[in-house]
Every structure is written in C-alpha cells, then in structure tokens.
Design a protein around this ligand. Structure first.
Ligand code: FES
Length: 154
C-alpha cells in the first residue's frame, strides 16, 4: 500500500526516534501525504510497518486535527477565522471561497482541487487574515491575493 519511496522514508523517520511509538506523528503525516487521508487501511499500514498496535496508532491519529479522516481535495486550505482574522475580514474570505470555488467549510470544491478547513488561531494575528495551503503559509489575505495563491496550486 505504501510506495517503496514512502516505505524508505518511513524507515528513516523510525530511525530518528528512540522507539516506534515516538515516530507515530511523522509516520501518520507521511501516510496522509501518501494516501491523501488516514483511512482504516492507512492506519493498518502504519501499524504494521512500525509494529505498533492499531489502537495506539488510531488513538494518536484521531487526537490531532491535522490528520484527516475523510477523502480530501488535492490541496488543503486551512483558513483562520479566529478573532484577529475575523476582525480583518476572514468571514468575507470564507464567503469568497464559497462563491468563487464552491468551497464550503469542511468541504471540497467540485473539481476536487481544494478542501477548506476552518482553523482557530494559527499564530499570525499581527498579519491577519492568515491561512495555510498544504504546508505553505500566507498572511495579509485579500480576495485577490487568495485568487493568486490558489492559482499556483491548480
Ligand atoms: S486569529 Fe487568525 S492567526 Fe491569530
């Protein structure tokens, strides 16, 4: 189920930690990158390759919001709508994403390009509104800037 490249990467991750359980967070992140989300099969693969019980693997994975448990779009947009971002227009940006891309909070655009996750503060209050697209961080967002950003991911 894991590609050979991903298996090798998982082995390298495992070697950086004192035991297999300690390697679970990056291993699950790798699985999510490999499969797009953490399906029961993805948990099974991580448990099997690391030799960690499935209950432990799933317990760790379901604790953190950064792991996705349903199929997602090819790119994950994580937009903060907490106080600073809200004051500086994040709710208007949510409406913009809905109208322009058909992107509802918690949903995926009809073309499968993007999924939208509404976040609490992501630590960029001074340059709000802010968002992540996959692992890339963006701040001082406007509708026009979001359009430019998302164009790069198509
Ligand atoms: S409130 Fe949005 S980054 Fe802090």
């Amino acid at each position: 189920m894991f590609s050979e490249t991903a298996k090798k990467e998982l082995e390298e991750i495992r070697l950086k930690y004192p035991n297999a359980r300690a390697a679970l967070l990056p291993a699950l992140y790798l699985a999510q990158r490999e499969f797009g989300w953490l399906s029961p099969e993805a948990y099974e693969a991580v448990s099997s390759l690391l030799g960690v019980p499935k209950a432990i693997t799933r317990g760790v994975g379901t604790f953190y919001a950064m792991y996705k448990h349903k199929p997602m779009g090819r790119n994950i947009v994580q937009l903060c709508t907490n106080v600073s971002c809200m004051i500086l227009g994040a709710e208007r940006l949510v409406d913009f994403l809905k109208i322009k891309y058909g992107l509802e909070p918690g949903g995926t655009s009809p073309d499968g390009q993007f999924s939208l996750v509404i976040m609490e503060c992501i630590g960029a209050c001074g340059t709000a509104p802010a968002m992540l697209v996959n692992d890339d961080f963006y701040e001082n967002l406007t509708e026009k800037y979001i359009e430019e950003i998302l164009e790069k991911y198509k």
